[in-house]
Design a protein around this ligand. Structure first.
Ligand code: C2O
Ligand code: CU
Ligand code: CU
Length: 489
């Protein structure tokens, strides 16, 4: 399809276009003049059937990010259907109220398909949430952030430049020159002087956001990936990596009509490899908007007086905390080390293989486990060179700084709780530029690991048996193999 993103010529995009065949027509809301797919609005307990018709010229499949689903509904890459085929989803929504999303998941082309426009929100409501007076309807605003680059003709450009640029982008991740909000460049939000519920999704391939109001007003966070927090929390800024969602309570009461408030991505450092890598070759600059620079992501215009005064609820929901002592492996976390080996990203030394499941990738249905992701690799300085013996992993204290990057790790089939984070001292400086923006209090399905960071998670697997994936949500890393199966038995 064509949509207008920049002024002037329209842009060719790929789109999810949906219609309701049966049931409540308001369960699908399209976003006018945007490439984003329609927003699903469903209730917990609702049974839905979705026919996915693949009119692309390549294979694809839709993954419902954050939803708890049986294997055949979850879009393991092995379920990808060919051009012209149809896949029918049929499932009950068991998740609690929250902001989930959907996007393609064919192995090796997730990054390009999402980049071309395929993504949408999946919003669930439930009875617990309905007892609260949260801003609703026109005051409940989804904000999807994605970065894109365009050519002189307004057409999307993914990887441009020579071989070296292409290789670098595939290895590190794509960064675009423009921040789009809900599919629009220079997006502005007109608001009244009252409270809003803002549902934020970072739908970028690789770009991390460190979101803060320009005037230093703290952000009030009411929800994370898996729905509402127990109580609102305040942050000076919020760190949002690809795949993550956060819900804000934003009250514009008391602001001057005619004024403008900017939401910015604030400066940070330390998320990607240094300026040199692989034997000292210089990395080309791929964007006019480098990761970690300060820039505006959203302009909020205060346009109208409102007499509506909503108060922020002191209590939002009940979250049953998992206890470490209840985990079946409380003393021995299931550990996955993220490393670059032979120019590919790997988990415990392995890259994605469609059907492969290693011994340490098998879990028991309904069990509560501790998982630990480790983004610190000890090894020799040139450990990433092809043909290099990686037998020294873990056996050497030299930290391989050139290979460390931030990785937002996502696990299918569960919502988890974050138990603990630790950071290696050698990386603390960069870590401290973003760590005050972590919101680890609630349910999560994606967790950012900065270089040098280890994160322990508590997760309970479902009763559905089968093959699920876990992966880095930096989509270029995922496509390059930073993904593995795990099997529920
Ligand atoms: Cu949002 Cu497997 O991904
Ligand atoms: Cu997912
Ligand atoms: Cu990654």
């Amino acid at each position: 399809s064509e949509v207008s993103i920049l002024s002037g010529n329209p842009t060719q995009v790929w789109m999810y276009q949906g219609e309701v065949l049966q049931g409540d027509p308001s369960s699908l809301q399209s976003i006018p003049d945007s490439y984003l797919g329609p927003i699903f609005r469903v209730r917990q307990g609702q049974h839905i059937r979705i026919h996915f018709v693949n009119e692309l010229s390549e294979a694809s499949i839709i993954h419902w990010h954050g939803l708890l689903l049986p294997e055949a509904m979850d879009a393991h890459p092995g379920y990808a259907i060919a051009s012209g085929e149809t896949y029918t989803y049929d499932f009950e929504v068991v998740n609690r109220a929250g902001t989930y999303w959907y996007h393609p998941h064919p192995h090796g082309s997730t990054a390009t398909q999402v980049y071309n426009g395929l993504a949408g929100l999946f919003i669930v409501s439930d009875d617990e949430e309905s007892t609260l007076s949260l801003p609703a309807n026109g005051y409940d605003i989804p904000l999807v952030f994605q970065d894109r680059s365009f050519d002189a003709d307004n057409q999307l450009v993914y990887i441009s430049g020579g071989m070296m640029t292409q290789m670098m982008t595939e290895m590190m991740g794509f960064l675009g020159d423009n921040i789009l909000v809900n599919g629009k460049a220079d997006f502005e939000l007109d608001v009244e002087t009252r409270a809003y519920r803002l549902r934020l999704l970072n739908g970028s391939n690789f770009r991390m956001l460190k979101l803060g109001w320009e005037d230093g007003t703290p952000l009030t966070v009411i929800g994370t990936d898996g729905g509402l927090l127990e109580t609102p929390v305040e942050r000076p800024y919020v760190t949002l990596s690809p795949g993550e969602r956060v819900e804000l309570w934003a009250d514009f009461n008391g602001r001057t009509i005619g004024s403008q408030l900017l939401l910015k991505s604030l400066p940070f450092s330390g998320v990607e490899m240094g300026g040199m890598m692989m034997g000292g070759m210089e990395m080309p600059e791929t964007t006019t908007l480098p990761q970690g620079e300060e820039y505006t992501v959203l302009k909020v215009n205060i346009v109208q007086e409102s007499t509506e005064t909503l108060t922020l609820p002191e209590r939002l929901s009940t979250i049953q905390r998992y206890a470490l002592s209840d985990a079946i492996n409380a003393d021995a976390p299931r550990t996955f080390e993220i490393a670059m080996i032979n120019e590919a990203w790997s988990l415990n030394g392995r890259t994605f293989q469609m059907d492969a499941v290693a011994d340490d990738e098998i879990v028991q249905a309904n069990s509560l486990e501790v998982w630990e992701f480790v983004n610190v690799v000890n090894g020799g300085g040139m450990g990433n060179m092809p043909g290099h013996d990686m037998g020294n992993m873990g056996g050497n204290d030299d930290v391989m700084t050139e290979d460390q990057m931030a990785h937002p790790m996502h696990v299918h089939g569960v919502q988890f709780q974050i138990l603990e984070r630790t950071v290696d001292d050698a990386f603390r400086e960069g870590w401290e530029t973003i760590s005050a923006g972590y919101v680890d209090e609630g349910w999560k399905d994606t967790v950012l690991l900065m270089p040098g960071e280890r994160v322990k998670l508590l997760m309970r697997f479902g009763s559905d048996l089968g093959l699920y994936v876990f992966h880095c949500h930096n989509l270029e890393h995922e496509d390059l193999g930073l993904m593995r199966n795990y099997r529920v038995e």
